[in-house]
Design a binder for this molecule. Structure first.
Ligand SMILES: N[C@@H](CCC(=O)N[C@@H](CS)C(=O)NCC(=O)O)C(=O)O
Length: 210
């Protein structure tokens, strides 16, 4: 199977963390989202132009980070299962994955992209909304993580794969200093070998955005 990805893409990082957690072999193809020609070429394969995308050896395409991870988890459910088998814990894991993607990741991305624009061109409504959502998420996470190692407790799951990439960028645009439980959660995440591998891989690209 082949993963189409861009190293700075948080959703691609989420899938890479899952691949490394489960120790799955894969080929990869970098799509440079900063390059219009590469984006246009990639849209011939996947018209929405979004990464990550997993293409199986028979050509079957699996887009969307959460769905890719669900596919990977079902390949070998016994190896570091990322979506708990138990129906209730499975639903709660998916819920946190959605919360991290939709309200943390998207909000952090909006703050970063708006921050790159000249001040006069920034969308203040979008910025206010992003800050509001991040505030709600931080309050929720602070309570949730008070007595847990990972989002779902002792088991590292899909939810943690989703949380790590936005938290990596979040401290720049929405510092979590006032939320020590998030700080220690991030410390734990950043020590996790799968996350460390991803952080190492993105290092050469960070100069472009920081
Ligand atoms: N819901 C998608 C989101 C994927 C996504 O938005 N990827 C961004 C990079 S982080 C992208 O491909 N942007 C390029 C574009 O929108 O053209 C997922 O979970 O995989």
């Amino acid at each position: 199977m082949k993963l189409y990805y861009f190293p700075l893409s948080t959703y691609a990082q989420k899938v890479l963390i899952a691949l490394y957690e489960k120790n799955i072999e894969f080929a990869s193809e970098l799509v440079d989202l900063r390059d219009d020609q590469q984006r246009a070429e990639y849209r011939k394969l996947y018209p929405l132009g979004k990464v990550p995308l997993l293409v199986l050896n028979d050509g079957h395409m699996i887009p969307e980070s959460t769905i890719i991870i669900e596919y990977l988890d079902n390949l070998d459910p016994d190896v570091r299962r990322l979506i708990p088998e138990d129906a209730v814990r499975g639903r709660q894991t998916r819920f946190h994955d959605r919360m991290y993607d939709l309200y943390l990741n998207e909000s952090v991305a909006n703050l970063i992209f708006e921050g790159w624009k000249p001040e006069a061109k920034r969308n203040q409504k979008l910025i206010d909304n992003a800050n509001f959502r991040i505030g709600v998420m931080y309050d929720y996470m602070s309570k949730q993580l008070a007595d847990r190692t990972w989002t779902m407790g002792d088991q590292f799951t899909l939810a943690d794969c989703a949380a790590a990439p936005p938290l990596f960028y979040a401290n720049d645009v929405a510092p979590f200093d006032a939320h020590p439980n998030i700080g220690t959660y991030w410390q734990r995440l950043s020590m996790r070998p799968s996350v460390q591998k991803v952080l190492k891989e993105i290092k050469p690209y960070l100069n472009d955005i920081r």
